[in-house]
Structures are given as C-alpha cells and as structure tokens.
Design a protein around this ligand. Structure first.
Ligand SMILES: C[S@@+](CC[C@H](N)C(=O)[O-])C[C@H]1O[C@@H](n2cnc3c(N)ncnc32)[C@H](O)[C@@H]1O
Length: 251
C-alpha cells in the first residue's frame, strides 16, 4: 500500500476568497481533513460531502488533543494510505506549530507538502487598511506571540517604537501585561495601536487607542479571540482611519 502525503495547508483568516487556489483545490478533493478551531465554517463547507472532517480545535487553556497526538494522527492516516489535509488558520508556519508536524511526519517517513496561507497579520492589515510598513512611518514589522506562557521571558526590546510596527498574536487575555511590558521597555504610553478582532470576517471590529489604554479598551469593548494587536504609528495614519470609516459607512 502506498503511503499518503500530509498537506499542511493555510486556511487564511476566514474568508474562503482569501484561500490560495492550491489550498482550495486540496480542500475540495480531500478524503480526510484535520482542522483547527480557527478554520471557518465556510471553508469547511468546501469539503466533499463524504470527506472525513476531524476537529482538533484547541482553546487557550484546554487542548482537545495534545500536539503529539495530532502529529501521530496525521502520520497514522497517511500510513493507512490516505492523503491528509491538515488545515490551519492563517499560515501553517506562523504560530501554527506546522514546523513540529512537518518534523514528526518526515521522521516517520511520510512526505509533507506545505501550502502557505494569508496570516492573520496580513489579513487584518488589508481588511483594516493599515499598512504594516509605510515609507513615512515604518520600515520594520515584527510578529510576536502574547500568550501567557513565556511572556515575561520574551525579549521584545526594540521591536516597537518610532518607525516600527509590532503585531501581537494571541494577546487579548494578556493585554494588561503586554501594555506594561512595552512601557517598561520605554515605549511611549501614547503610542497608537489598533486591535483587530475577527479580521477579514463579516463580524470584524477595528478598535483604536493609545498603548496605555489597551487594557481598558479590551475590557470595555469585550474583545474576544481571535484578535490581533497592531502597535505603531501606521495604525493612526489619517488615510487608514478614513478608509476604515468609509468601509463601515457602506455596510
Ligand atoms: C495559534 S495562532 C494562529 C496564527 C495563524 N497560524 C496565522 O498565521 O494567522 C492564533 C491567533 O492568530 C490570530 N488570528 C487568527 N485569525 C485571526 C482573525 N481572523 N482575526 C484576528 N486575529 C486572528 C489571533 O491572535 C489568534 O489568537
């Protein structure tokens, strides 16, 4: 029996129109799809009616299936002769543990193909019309993870500030510690930021304010995951704000 292939596929931020053509083709023809909670229903609806959909959705404090068991599941399916589409929100190689899944598959002698996706940062930037880099405002962009584990050990010095953009994934729950950490690193309390919730989805919200007000903003507006925090002058450019109002006005 021939061993199947594991396809690590990026599903983008949620809108099926933002899938790559390769991702859409793989989803449409897959026999087995192993997917995360961030993959939208509209995208899962593209699967064949007889496809087996296996959810390994994780919540921040609760793992329905530990990562090593997910890796083992992928290998088992491939060794049973099936091609497996491992579908992940955004891009599989940005805070998606795609690297670990690929390493385990290769070690087990299973072929892996990786199909990139539009990461939440790119999806949010486009949908909220925030230029992550801008000739007049930012020439550096960094992606960091704001989840609790290891937050205080992470060195973010120099990643945010004048001429730079910092995009924080998984930072909703730790917003107060994030604001404190950045200000302790010398970032001005009035540094502008935007919180983009449900980017590139119909229910998207873009909330803006200064760094010092981040914890209040998140609490007052009851921001929920998935959301990104984008910090830097690019979030306060008048053209970005006006473009966003124009989009809202037409909805
Ligand atoms: C485990 S990470 C996965 C990132 C994903 N691999 C990517 O490239 O976008 C999950 C985090 O991505 C961010 N995220 C994913 N989809 C999002 C969306 N549609 N809008 C805003 N943030 C999103 C949130 O910060 C969420 O907590």
């Amino acid at each position: 029996m021939e061993i199947g292939t594991i396809y690590l596929v990026g599903a983008g931020p949620g809108d099926p129109d933002l899938l790559t053509v390769r991702a859409a083709r793989l989803i449409e023809r897959a026999e087995v799809i192993v997917h995360d909670g961030l993959v939208s229903r509209d995208i899962l609806a593209m699967a064949r009616p007889d496809a087996q959909l296996i959810s390994v959705a994780k919540q921040r404090s609760k793992h329905t299936l530990p990562q090593d068991q997910i890796n083992a599941l992928l290998v088992r399916e491939a060794k049973a002769g099936r091609d497996v589409v491992r579908l992940k929100g955004g891009d599989p190689l940005i805070f998606g543990r795609g690297g670990e899944e690929a390493e385990d598959a290769r070690a087990a002698g299973v072929a892996v193909e990786i199909v990139p996706g539009i990461s939440a940062a790119n999806g949010a930037a486009a949908a909220a019309q925030i230029a992550l880099t801008h000739r007049d405002a930012s020439s550096v962009v960094s992606f960091v993870a704001g989840q609790c584990k290891g937050l205080s050990d992470q060195d973010w010095t120099g990643l945010a500030g004048k001429g730079r953009t910092l995009v924080i994934y998984m930072g909703v729950k730790t917003a107060p510690q994030i604001a404190e950490k950045l200000m302790a690193d010398g970032l001005a309390p009035d540094m502008p930021l935007a919180v983009v919730e449900n980017a590139a989805r119909p229910e998207m919200r873009v909330l803006r304010g200064p760094l010092a007000a981040l914890p209040d903003l998140v609490t007052r507006e009851a921001v929920k995951s998935p959301a990104l925090i984008v910090i830097g002058e690019v979030t306060a450019r008048e053209d970005a704000a006006i473009a966003h109002f124009a989009v809202e006005a037409h909805q």
